[in-house]
Each structure stands twice: as structure tokens, then as C-alpha cells.
Design a protein around this ligand. Structure first.
Ligand SMILES: Cc1ncc(COP(=O)(O)O)c(C=O)c1O
Length: 367
């Protein structure tokens, strides 16, 4: 069954977005799929079965205006345990923009219209679907075609349904219309009517588009802790993130930034939400030969390199033979990896800078 999306103009949501100058709560609005890094997002804690302390069923105003809340930094504890005082949203806030008040804003649009709590419930509580995330620079995206192709391919695997690439592109274009700032866009494909007991019923997946301000500046180098874990359907960018996030959490509790996943016998695969590439003693980029997500950043970088790019099995024990490493992710780009367990590489590595420059010189595609 194909995905059918009403071609409703998205301009009508702009008024609604004026009401939503608010920070993302961690439960629903936080963009996942991006490697951890510095950012001004200050999530507000909310009880598990409610949104912002109110039963979901009692949400009367548009969800996009309720899911986000602005909390001044001074009221937040280091652990993000904040009060949930509601502030009047300033009128200058617009969807996808970071206003002078510094708060993050974001809207959530399903098939081009503001999403309702009921529609989001399946994604939040059943959590079956797939997605992709990328940075839109003034409505241009590096690797847009690869992201769209991945959505189409994953939709077939996850829902056995055809996704219309052009419709997705149109929805992204409409969502970005009138917004020239850099944003991280996430396109999530899920079926609001999917029942947990009957996932095999013919699906009618919908397109959820969310966005937030893109990270700025150079992402800090990553320190990784290894853990033996394989994501389910590793070649699919699906919403089943529990295992990866659980291992990321364990790594962070141990003082690292993220987790490097390995097979049971110590062959490295990928980082929780990034690919990893190693640099060998001859300065060549080497990707692990393993069951990993075929990342768009990894693929673009491999195509852009003049040098030979290799793929081979790499074990944890072999890491000291390499002279450096990078993490790649479409939301962050190319990022240095300085540590895996006891292996430490130089922070400022010329080759890492070269790889980043090569990636950033890849032409953007107009949405
Ligand atoms: C498990 C995993 N591997 C690799 C990547 C990198 O993919 P991309 O470069 O398309 O962002 C991601 C991105 O979220 C990921 O979740």
C-alpha cells in the first residue's frame, strides 16, 4: 500500500507557530539520531504519562503550542530537574527560528498540518517507524537525495509500503518555506493508526516533520567507551533507539561521551547514532566492514575523497594501529574521535580537518 498525503498548504500553520516559543521536553520533541554534543537545549522534566504535568487527553490547544516550554536557565538544575512554570511565549518566536530570547522553538507537522496528540500517541507509546535527520542550510541540504532514498528503502522494510519521494521533498520544502536559518530537520515515517497487537495490517504511514536550530561551531571531539551490542535491523534507520541510548547512557555514566558498538567478538561496528571511520598509518580512511547503518555522511565522504577509501573488519585490539578516528552523522558532520576505551589519539589531527573540509565542500541540494 502506498503512502497518501493530502496536499494541504502548510502556510496556515505559521500563525499557530507564533504561540509556541517553548523548549522541547525530552519525552517527545527532542531530536534523536544526533550524536551528543553541546547545545543550548534545556529540556524540562515531565511525568512519564503526561505532557508537562497535564494528562495528554486534556490537551485542548494545538499540540505544537503545548509540547514546548520556555524555562529560564536560572531556574534549571544541572540535572535538568526544573520547575514546570509556564511562561507566556513572546510573540517574536516563529516556527524553526531561534529568537533573541535564546529559547529553542520547534513545530511538529504531520503530512503538512500541525500534529494532534492523538496522532502522536502511537509514535510516543508504540514507537514503530523510521526516520532520517539532516541539516538544512538556507533550505539546501547536503545529501538530500541519499536521505530521501533511505526513507523510501526503509519504508519498504518497516511498513512494506511505497513512500513517494517527491511528496516528502514537497513537505520538507513547505515546512522550510520562509525560514532561512540553519535547522536540523527530522523526517519521521510512522502510522498513527498502527495497533500494537496488529502491526501486520496494511499500513498507511504518515510523514512527521520536526525541526530545531542546527548546532553551531565545531563539535567537541568524542571519547567513546566500547560495548558489545547490535542494533535491531542495523541497516535501517528506525525509531527503536532504546538499546543504543541505554549503552550511550552507560558510557556517559562512566565519564565518556558516547558508546562504540561492537560484535560479541570485539569487531567494531558503529557509534550509537553515527558511523565511525579510522585513519590508518598511511592516512587512508578505513570504515569497519560490519553490519552498520549506511550513513549518508559516510557515503558522501567516501565519494568526495580523492584518496583510496577502504573497508575492512577492525577489532578493538587493532585500534592502537590507527592514528586517528572520526564520527560521521548528517546532523553534526565530521567529528574527531580522540578516545576509545584506553586508546587515545591526538585531538588536533590534520587529517580529521581535511576530512571535515572535504565533507563541507560537497555541494548542497536545493529542497
Ligand atoms: C546507528 C547510526 N549509524 C550511523 C548514522 C549516521 O548516518 P547519517 O550520516 O546518515 O546521519 C546514524 C545517524 O543517525 C545512526 O543512527
Amino acid at each position: 500500500m502506498g503512502v497518501s498525503i493530502p496536499s494541504t498548504p502548510i502556510r496556515s500553520v505559521e500563525r499557530d507557530s507564533l504561540d509556541s516559543c517553548i523548549d522541547p521536553t525530552p519525552q517527545i520533541s527532542q531530536q534523536i539520531g544526533e550524536a551528543p554534543g553541546p547545545g543550548p537545549v534545556q529540556p524540562v522534566a515531565a511525568p512519564a504519562q503526561s505532557l508537562l504535568g497535564e494528562p495528554v487527553s486534556e490537551l485542548a490547544e494545538p499540540l505544537s503550542a503545548r509540547l514546548f516550554r520556555m524555562v529560564p536557565a536560572s531556574r534549571q538544575s544541572p540535572s535538568h530537574g526544573t520547575t514546570s512554570r509556564r511562561l507566556r511565549p513572546p510573540l517574536h518566536c516563529r516556527w524553526l527560528s531561534t529568537p533573541p530570547c535564546g529559547c529553542q522553538t520547534g513545530g511538529m507537522y504531520l503530512n503538512g498540518l500541525p500534529v494532534t496528540a492523538d496522532q502522536l500517541k502511537t509514535l510516543a507509546l508504540t514507537n514503530y517507524g523510521h526516520f532520517t535527520s539532516f541539516v538544512a542550510h538556507h533550505r539546501e541540504v547536503r545529501g538530500l537525495s541519499l536521505h530521501l532514498q533511505r526513507l523510501v528503502r526503509d519504508c519498504r522494510t518497516v511498513f512494506d509500503a511505497d513512500l513517494d519521494e517527491n511528496q516528502v521533498r514537497e513537505l520538507i520544502a513547505k515546512a522550510l518555506a520562509g525560514h532561512d536559518e540553519d535547522v536540523v530537520v527530522r523526517v519521521t515515517v510512522f502510522d498513527p493508526d498502527l495497533e500494537m497487537g496488529h502491526p501486520a495490517r496494511p499500513a498507511a504511514p504518515s510523514i512527521l516533520i520536526t525541526a530545531r536550530a542546527a548546532p553551531t561551531g565545531l563539535a567537541k571531539p568524542l571519547r567513546l567507551q566500547s560495548a558489545a551490542y547490535a542494533r535491531e535491523l542495523p541497516r535501517v534507520k528506525h525509531v527503536g533507539l532504546f538499546g543504543a541510548l541505554h549503552h550511550r547512557r552507560a558510557a556517559q555514566v562512566a565519564g565518556f561521551d558516547d558508546v562504540l558498538l561492537t560484535t560479541a567478538n570485539g569487531l567494531i561496528t558503529e557509534i550509537a547514532t553515527s558511523n565511525i571511520g579510522l585513519i590508518d598509518s598511511e592516512g587512508r580512511l578505513v570504515w569497519p566492514q560490519a553490519d552498520v547503518l549506511p550513513g549518508t555522511t559516510m557515503r558522501l565522504l567516501s565519494q568526495a575523497r580523492d584518496e583510496e577509501v577502504l573497508t575492512r573488519p577492525i577489532s578493538l585490539a587493532e585500534l592502537p594501529d590507527y592514528i586517528g578516528a572520526i564520527a560521521t552523522n548528517a546532523a553534526v558532520g565530521v567529528r574527531a574521535v580522540t578516545t576509545v576505551d584506553d586508546t587515545v589519539w591526538q585531538i588536533q589531527h590534520d587529517i580529521v580537518d581535511t576530512l571535515r573540509t572535504e565533507y563541507e565542500s560537497i555541494p548542497l541540494e536545493r529542497v
